[in-house]
Design a protein around this ligand. Structure first.
Ligand code: SAM
Length: 276
């Protein structure tokens, strides 16, 4: 590991967890990081309030074959159709999302979630820029892409849950924390993914993150019984990197801090040794 150089956040996470037996991942998201760190003999226990995250971990990584029950774009009048909660979303696209939410497999839910995001402006879920043809094409593409991630090495235990309500009870070698980021007043997940999650059959509310929540919530995870803490953070969000460094230094020694340019920001990767 020493001397190697990572080219981005996912690769950095893989580099600094290589050979570890157990990693706790409180925030799964699109599971890009989990895919990167997966390896034989590693147990990964993960959490996320979004059903799409469970779809990726259980319906793809831990599955021996990708199961899909969606052959054609069909429609249903469900939560997305009724609420049209993504600005400018058309009726057919909303109805297709509802159809996948009711009849799709876990892998289908993972695929539609990624496709929906890609049909919005800059992938931010604010304004719809797609139509049903594009959504169907992106869904198929995403499902085919996910198929190459089935049966990842290692062992996966996932919780479709709020990590603060179903608090981790194990002992781990490392905790890998990639929290929601508060850009202005709140995070994008609670602001934009709640209705998609409901339409896809997710029952767990996505908690809101405001500036005043971040340090205490991170602290609750930093104290978990694990020697290593890997924290993935970003510049130009609140609290700032200096606040984060201060918090981490209370619990251990920062042994590595790297940063990667990402659009107009930097992504920070920090490794803390709590036994140093
Ligand atoms: C920055 S993303 C994680 C990205 C991830 N590293 C990846 O590879 O895509 C943060 C995630 O935390 C989830 N989340 C927010 N609050 C949560 C909570 N209290 N418990 C579990 N998951 C939560 C959100 O739904 C979101 O998917």
């Amino acid at each position: 590991m020493r001397g190697a150089i990572a080219s981005g956040v996912a690769e950095w996470s893989a580099l600094h967890t290589v050979g570890l037996q157990s990693v706790c991942v409180p925030f799964t998201g699109s599971a890009k990081t989990i895919a990167a760190i997966a390896e034989i003999h590693k147990r990964i226990e993960s959490w996320d309030t979004q059903v799409a995250s469970r779809g990726i971990v259980e319906g793809v990584f831990a599955a021996s074959k990708l199961q899909s029950s969606v052959r054609l774009p069909k429609f249903l009048k469900g939560h997305m159709y009724e609420t049209r909660s993504i600005t400018n979303i058309d009726a057919a696209s909303a109805g297709f999302i509802d159809y996948v939410g009711k009849y799709g497999t876990l892998a289908d839910k993972a695929a539609i979630s990624s496709a929906v995001t890609r049909c919005t402006q800059m992938g931010r879920m604010g304004t719809w820029t797609g139509d049903i043809e594009q959504l169907w094409a992106k869904f198929q593409k995403s499902r085919a892409y996910l198929a190459s991630y089935v049966s990842l090495p290692g062992q996966f235990t996932h919780h479709e849950a709020n990590v603060y309500e179903t608090y981790p009870s194990g002992r781990y070698d490392a905790v890998l924390i990639d929290p929601p980021k508060v850009v202005s007043t709140t995070d994008i997940y609670s602001a934009h993914y709640q209705d998609l999650n409901t339409a896809l059959g997710g029952a767990v509310p996505i908690p809101e993150w405001r500036r005043e929540h971040v340090l205490t919530r991170l602290e609750e995870l930093i104290v978990l019984p694990a020697r290593w803490v890997l924290l993935l953070y970003t510049s130009e969000v609140y609290p700032t990197m200096d606040d984060i460094r201060w918090l981490l230094s209370k619990y251990g020694q920062v042994t590595v801090e790297d940063r990667y340019r990402h659009r107009s920001r930097y992504d920070y990767c920090i490794l803390v040794d709590k036994e140093a």
